[in-house]
Design a protein around this ligand. Structure first.
Ligand code: NAD
Ligand code: MG
Length: 314
C-alpha cells in the first residue's frame, strides 16, 4: 500500500466518522468551530489557518466512481477545490490543478495526496484574471493529461466591502472576471476537447439566493454562474456534455480570513447562517462534485446541488 503523506491537524470529525459513508449526526459530523479573529492577504495559505480545514485527507474513501477520468479543477490548491481533487484522485481520476503562483505550497500539499492515491497531479499556476489565461490554462491541462473529460470550475474570489462607496468599479470587474468570465472562457476553450460523456461542474453559492449586503459583487457573480450554467447545460446536452452546479453554504476555507467576511464575524462563522448550526468542512462539499462528474448522475443536467446545511433555496 502506498505510504500516505503527512497530514495536518485539522478540524476534528465526530468520533464515529471514519469516512464519508459513516452514519453520524450531521450536526456534529465535524466540530462546531470558533475560529479566532485572523487575517491573511488574499489569496492566503490554507496551511496558516487556525484551525486548518478538513479536506478529507484521512477520511475520503474512493470506490472507483471516476476511474480513468481526466479532470481540470480550478482553485484546486485549497478549500473546496482541494478536497475535490483528493476525492477525484481516490475515485480514480488524474487531475490538473490551477491556482495562483503564491499558493504553490498549498498546491503541493494537495498533489502529495493525489499521487499517494496512485494518480497524476499536474500543477498549473495561473492568474485567471489575466486576459487569455483561462484558454491557455485549458491548453496546458489538455496537453499534460493527454485529453480532458471533466471540467470543475471552483476558483473564485470574495472581498467584503460593507459600504457601497468602497466597492470600486475595479473590484467589481475583477470579481466578475475571475468568477464568471474565467468560468465561461474555460468552458469555451475546453469544448473542442470534451468527448460525449464529459461533464462540467461550476460553483455557485447560497449567496446566489441570499446575497450578503457586504458582498454584493460576489453574490451577483454566483447568481450569474447559476444562470449561465443552466443555459450552457441546455446547449451542451445536445453534444452529450452535462453541465451542473454545486452551491455550497458556509464552508471553513481560507476564502473567509482573506477579507472574505468581516474578521470580527469569524468566531461565529457558519453557526448562524446554516440551520445545521455549524460551518461545513471542504471534505463535506467534495462528494457533490464527485456525484455530478460521475456517470451515475447521467440524467442530471442543468441542476444546482445545494450543499448548504439547510438554507432554503428557490
Ligand atoms: P479557497 O480560497 O480555498 O479557494 C478559492 C481558490 O480560487 C483559491 O485557492 C485560488 O486558487 C483561486 N483563485 C482566486 N482568485 C484567483 C485568480 N485571480 N486566478 C486564479 N485562481 C484564483 O476558498 P473556497 O471557499 O474553497 O472557494 C472555492 C469556491 O467555493 C469559490 O468559487 C467560492 O466562491 C465557492 N464558495 C465558497 C463558500 C465558502 O463558504 N467557503 C461558500 C459558497 C461558495
Ligand atoms: Mg488557495
Amino acid at each position: 500500500m502506498t505510504q500516505q503523506p503527512s497530514t495536518r491537524a485539522t478540524v476534528p470529525a465526530a468520533e464515529g466518522r471514519r469516512d464519508q459513508y459513516s452514519f453520524v449526526d450531521p450536526r456534529t459530523a465535524f466540530a462546531v468551530i470558533e475560529p479566532p479573529v485572523q487575517q491573511q492577504e488574499e489569496p492566503g495559505l490554507q496551511s496558516r489557518m487556525e484551525p486548518v480545514p478538513d479536506l478529507g485527507e484521512t477520511s475520503y474513501r474512493g470506490t472507483g466512481r471516476l476511474q480513468g477520468r481526466r479532470a481540470l479543477i480550478t482553485g484546486g490548491d485549497s478549500g473546496i477545490g482541494a478536497a475535490t481533487a483528493i476525492a477525484f484522485a481516490r475515485e480514480g481520476a488524474d487531475v490538473a490543478l490551477s491556482y495562483l503562483p503564491e499558493e504553490q505550497d498549498d498546491a503541493e500539499y494537495v498533489a502529495s495526496f493525489v499521487e499517494a492515491a496512485g494518480r497524476r497531479a499536474v500543477l498549473l499556476p495561473v492568474d485567471l484574471g489575466e486576459e487569455g489565461a483561462p484558454a491557455a490554462l485549458v491548453a496546458r491541462a489538455v496537453e499534460a493529461l493527454g485529453g480532458l473529460d471533466a471540467v470543475v470550475n471552483v476558483a473564485g474570489r470574495q472581498i467584503q466591502q460593507p459600504e457601497l462607496e468602497q466597492l470600486g468599479a475595479e473590484q467589481f470587474a475583477a470579481t466578475f472576471r475571475v468568477n464568471v468570465f474565467a468560468t465561461f472562457e474555460i468552458v469555451q476553450a475546453a469544448l473542442p476537447h470534451l468527448p460525449a460523456g464529459s461533464t462540467i461542474v461550476n460553483t455557485a453559492s447560497a449567496e446566489a439566493y441570499q446575497p450578503a449586503p457586504d458582498r454584493i459583487d460576489y453574490a451577483a457573480t454566483k447568481g450569474a454562474i447559476n444562470n449561465l450554467s443552466k443555459g450552457l447545460a441546455q446547449q451542451l446536452v445536445e453534444r452529450g456534455i452535462r453541465v451542473n452546479v454545486v452551491a455550497p453554504g458556509p464552508t471553513w476555507t481560507v476564502l473567509q480570513p482573506t477579507q472574505g467576511v468581516d474578521p470580527e464575524e469569524l468566531p461565529e462563522f457558519g453557526a448562524s447562517e446554516a440551520p445545521l448550526g455549524r460551518a461545513a468542512q471542504p471534505a463535506e462539499i467534495a462528494p457533490a462534485y464527485v456525484f455530478l462528474t460521475s456517470a451515475e448522475s447521467a440524467f442530471v443536467v442543468g441542476a444546482t446541488l445545494n450543499v448548504n446545511g439547510g438554507m432554503p433555496t428557490p
